[in-house]
Design a protein around this ligand. Structure first.
Ligand SMILES: [Zn+2]
Length: 175
C-alpha cells in the first residue's frame, strides 16, 4: 500500500472520529517528530501577519458558553478587525484562530457550528502537518460542542481542506 501523507491521515482520522465518535488514536504517533514548538509558533505568527492579522497575548479572555449552554474558558479569539488574541503561545490555538481568519476572508461559512467545525478541522490538519499526526479528539469534541453535525461535516469537509491549504502555502509547506 502506498504510504499515506501525514495530511491525508489527519483528514481521515478527523472524519472517522467526527462521524463515528470512535477515537482510535491517541497521543503522538511513534513517527511523529516534534520540532521546536516555539520556532513553529513564530513561523505561524509571521504567516498570520502576512494575512494582515495582528496578534495579541491576553492573560484572560474570559468564559463563554457552547451550543448546549455549557460554559468553557476561551483560549483564543479571532476578531473581525483582523486581531487574533491568545491566552498563551500555543501553535494549535493560533492555527485554529488563523483558520477563522482565512475563513472570514474566503467567506465560506454561515453558522457558528460551520465556522467552528472548519476552524477545528483546518487547525488540526495544520498542527498534524507540522508536528505529526495526533489524536483529533480535542478538536472533534470542540466542534461538536459548538453544534456541528455530520451533515455540517459532509458539507464543509472540502472547504476545511481548502482553508488548511491556504494556511499551509504561506507557512511554507509543500503541496
Ligand atoms: Zn473557534
Amino acid at each position: 500500500m502506498a504510504k499515506m501523507l501525514r495530511r491525508d491521515r489527519a483528514r481521515q482520522y478527523f472524519a472517522d472520529a467526527f462521524l463515528t465518535n470512535k477515537i482510535h488514536h491517541s497521543g503522538w504517533s511513534h513517527k511523529a517528530k516534534r520540532p521546536d514548538h516555539l520556532n513553529a509558533y513564530w513561523k505561524l505568527i509571521r504567516t498570520a501577519t502576512d494575512f494582515g492579522m495582528r496578534i495579541f497575548l491576553a492573560p484572560n479572555l474570559g468564559e463563554t458558553t457552547d451550543a448546549f449552554d455549557r460554559p468553557f474558558t476561551i483560549g483564543g479569539q479571532f476578531c473581525r478587525d483582523n486581531k487574533i488574541k491568545l491566552v498563551s503561545r500555543s501553535f494549535s490555538t493560533l492555527a485554529h484562530e488563523l483558520a477563522h481568519a482565512v475563513d472570514h476572508i474566503l467567506g465560506g461559512t454561515k453558522t457558528r457550528a460551520e465556522c467552528e467545525l472548519v476552524a477545528a478541522a483546518a487547525g488540526y490538519f495544520l498542527t498534524c502537518e507540522v508536528f505529526g499526526v495526533i489524536s483529533p479528539s480535542f478538536d472533534v469534541r470542540y466542534a461538536k460542542r459548538q453544534g456541528a453535525t455530520p451533515q455540517d461535516w459532509q458539507r464543509m469537509e472540502e472547504y476545511a481542506w481548502y482553508v488548511f491549504e491556504e494556511m499551509l502555502i504561506p507557512f511554507g509547506g509543500s503541496k
